[in-house]
Write a protein that binds this ligand. Structure first.
Ligand code: UDP
Ligand code: MG
Length: 316
């Protein structure tokens, strides 16, 4: 059964003048097709968020808005990064839309998956993750680093969906809950699973960028990965604590070994004490840093003031 609800596509754009006209054209066809089939409401929109671009992106969005009733535009005061631009768009449409799908301006994510996203939504899923079926279009380096990243996150105990970037559908109520995550270091693909609610997955083929170049150079990518890890896991701190414990234990073993060699009279005087103190002090220092780190980790998590629970149903 089709319910014909309002869909908003949220598209962050940073220096995307080369792709925008084509993107708008393809998405208009897509939305119109879905409206005709009564899959979504005629009130549905595509919302372009200009993330402080330095090129003609905003004038193009203004022009699109003037000529195309499906287009809305949001202009940020300056470049705030992909994640913040995305959040700005989602939070702006959350009152208007019944569901929102975030996607990149370069249409690397297959837009034909949108139908399946919406169908999953009608089946009752609040969050639908787009998962890429293959990484054939990626360079070996990108493939290797990206997959390593997802595995590392898993080891560190962060709940993220493997091979899912930011192509996802969220229902109105999921968007409202997202608003309660107050953190400044935004890593949306880590936060959305924390919201809970029924979720599902749609797999799609990822294409190459049809024009322009990536706005995520290696440096930004590494920063993003590091942010993701440190925003969700205090395990790195715990590793320092363990390292301190290990080194301190080694120093105790050394103490015994060196005492024996000392008693056998095989060492230069003074050497034993120096070597043991180096290991013991080093180990104790790491241990102490780790313990302090534990407290800082707690303060860090508290300062995020994340919601402690989210109620899904309330029968009364
Ligand atoms: N983007 C943004 N602000 C930034 C960097 C990127 O809004 O500071 C947008 C960009 O316009 C695109 C999306 O984020 O719509 C993903 O960027 P890109 O396609 O360059 O990343 P890649 O696909 O290479 O990882
Ligand atoms: Mg891209």
């Amino acid at each position: 059964m089709k319910k014909c609800e309002i869909l908003c596509l949220v598209i962050p754009c940073y220096n995307e003048e080369e792709v925008l006209p084509e993107t708008a054209k393809r998405l208009t066809e897509k939305l119109n097709g879905m409206i005709e089939r009564k899959l979504i409401s005629p009130e549905s929109k595509m919302v372009f968020v200009n993330d402080g671009s330095k090129d003609q992106t905003w004038p193009i969005i203004r022009e699109l808005h003037a000529t195309n009733p499906l287009v809305w535009g949001i202009n940020l005061s300056r470049n705030k990064g992909h994640q913040n631009a995305l959040l700005a768009g989602l939070m702006t449409v959350k009152e208007y839309a019944d569901m929102a799908i975030s996607l990149d301006a370069d249409l690397q994510d297959d837009i034909d998956a949108i139908d399946q996203f919406v169908e999953k939504y009608y089946e009752g899923y609040d969050v639908v993750y787009g998962v890429r079926s293959s990484r054939e279009t990626d360079t070996f380096f990108k493939k290797f680093t990206a997959q390593g990243f997802y595995k590392l996150m898993k080891v560190l105990g962060v709940d993220i969906v493997y091979n899912h970037a930011d192509y996802r559908l969220m229902s109105k109520r999921a968007l409202h809950e997202l608003e309660n995550f107050k953190e400044v270091n935004l890593f949306l693909r880590g936060i959305v699973p924390l919201i809970g609610f029924p979720s599902s997955v749609v797999t799609y083929e990822r294409h190459e960028r049809f024009a322009g170049e990536s706005k995520y150079p290696l440096k930004k990518m590494l920063n993003f990965a590091f942010d993701g890890i440190t925003s969700f896991s205090v395990k790195p701190i715990r590793m320092v604590t363990s390292l301190g414990l290990i080194i301190f234990s080694i120093s105790i073993i050394m103490l015994i070994v060196f005492l024996i060699t000392h008693l056998c009279g095989n060492t230069v005087p003074g050497w034993t004490t120096i070597v043991i103190s180096v290991w013991a002090i080093g180990g104790l220092q790491l241990l102490a840093i780790g313990i302090i780190g534990e407290y800082i980790g707690k303060i860090y998590m508290e300062s995020k003031a994340r919601p402690k629970y989210i109620i899904q149903d309330f029968l009364k």
